[in-house]
Design a protein around this ligand. Structure first.
Ligand code: PEP
Ligand code: MN
Length: 360
């Protein structure tokens, strides 16, 4: 075969591809019209008998060279795609969905990017307890090149008798320490009314696991011009998590970082069960960056490092973990926060691991 012949055949093939494309889309339009008509008459979109009839009709006209089974398979896929067009497939149309926006969203925290391919770390104490305490943590995280400082001021605690956080005073401390060390600050807001006042202090507004479906809070966060770090609910499916993010983006704020922080399962050896594959699932389904909180997911200091390695290896855009100058005296989560030495070791190990990985 001459090159000329090959070119001609390839040309014909390109032509057929485009005709096939047109026909598939034409078919899609027809199916949509049928779907609308059926909806108007209160009929169900999917009709297996009709599908069988269509397949039989196609097979009757089939002359080869493909096997019957292949043709049946191909048409079933076409039917399936058209059915999805007919069905009110919410996930497909969600604004957070990758089907809506194929390229990655990069969240910009005053010049610090999350989701640009470089992993970010959000480190700091569980709760802001004092200026001195936050300052001690900030200086060590800064030394390790970390740019994002966390600290809870409004603490959602299981018991009403436990430390509830310093509130706005805590945000002020965080802001002040952040500014002193050139760190951007992240803290949880639990009340929709506090979102607006928090703008004065926070670079990132966190919505915690317990509030993932606090829809009024989500809507208010959606009106904010601050990036939102949204944590997965304790028992939320990925679909529910995505819909929570949808509440935020649908109000205009698309700067959202998703955070997997473990879910409730029957397993008791860890505080929660880290759903590590949620990371690639979320990255596939949505265009948003995904972080992993290794502290609240494992609840175990000895598991922070392996969990963080796993998170980075599986494609997380960042890691959150808690650090306290003296975890034994911490007012919350004293079991699981790292002390300074553990933190330094944690970062050294992770940086070595990550460099190794980067060479591949
Ligand atoms: C936190 O990050 O401070 C926190 C309370 O986490 P979560 O909402 O994931 O439990
Ligand atoms: Mn905590």
């Amino acid at each position: 075969m001459t090159n000329n012949q090959l070119d001609q055949l390839r040309h014909q093939l390109d032509d057929v591809n485009i005709r096939l494309l047109d026909m598939i889309n034409q078919r899609g339009q027809l199916v949509k019209q049928i779907g609308d008509l059926k909806k108007g008459q209160g009929m169900k979109a999917f009709d297996p008998v009709r599908e069988r009839e269509m397949l039989d009709h196609i097979i009757e006209h089939h002359k080869g060279p493909f096997e019957y089974a292949t043709i049946e398979h191909l048409f079933k896929e076409i039917f399936k795609a058209a059915k999805e067009l007919q069905e009110d497939d919410h996930r497909k149309t969600l604004l957070v969905s990758r089907k809506k926006k194929p390229n990655d969203t990069v969240v910009d925290i005053g010049g610090i990017e999350v989701g640009n391919g470089n992993q970010q770390f959000v480190m700091g104490p569980c709760s802001v307890e004092s200026h001195q305490q936050v300052d001690a943590v900030a200086s060590v995280i800064k030394q390790k090149g970390i740019q994002l400082l966390r600290g809870g001021a409004f603490k959602p605690r299981t018991s009403p008798y436990d430390f509830q956080g310093l509130g706005m005073e805590g945000l002020k401390i965080l802001r002040d320490v952040g500014d002193r060390h050139g760190l951007k600050v992240v803290s949880e807001i639990v009340n929709p009314r506090d979102i607006e006042p928090a703008h004065e202090y926070l670079d990132v507004i966190q919505i915690g696991a317990r509030n993932m479906q606090n829809f009024e809070l989500l809507k208010e966060a959606g009106k904010s011009n601050r990036p939102i770090l949204l944590k997965r609910g304790l028992a939320a499916t990925i679909n529910e998590f995505m819909n929570a993010a949808e509440y935020i983006i649908s109000q205009g704020n698309g700067q959202i970082i998703l955070c997997e922080r473990g879910i409730r399962t029957y397993e008791t050896s860890t505080r929660n069960t880290l759903d590590i594959t949620a990371v690639p699932v979320l990255k596939k389904e949505t265009h948003l960056p995904v972080m992993v909180d290794v502290t609240h997911s494992t609840g175990r200091r000895d598991l922070l490092l392996p969990a963080a390695k796993a998170a980075l290896a599986i494609g997380a855009d960042g890691i959150m973990a808690e650090v306290h100058p003296d975890p034994a005296t911490a007012l919350s989560d004293s079991q699981q926060q790292m002390d300074i030495d553990t933190f330094n070791h944690f970062m050294d190990e992770l940086q070595a691991f990550y460099k190794m990985d980067a060479k591949v």
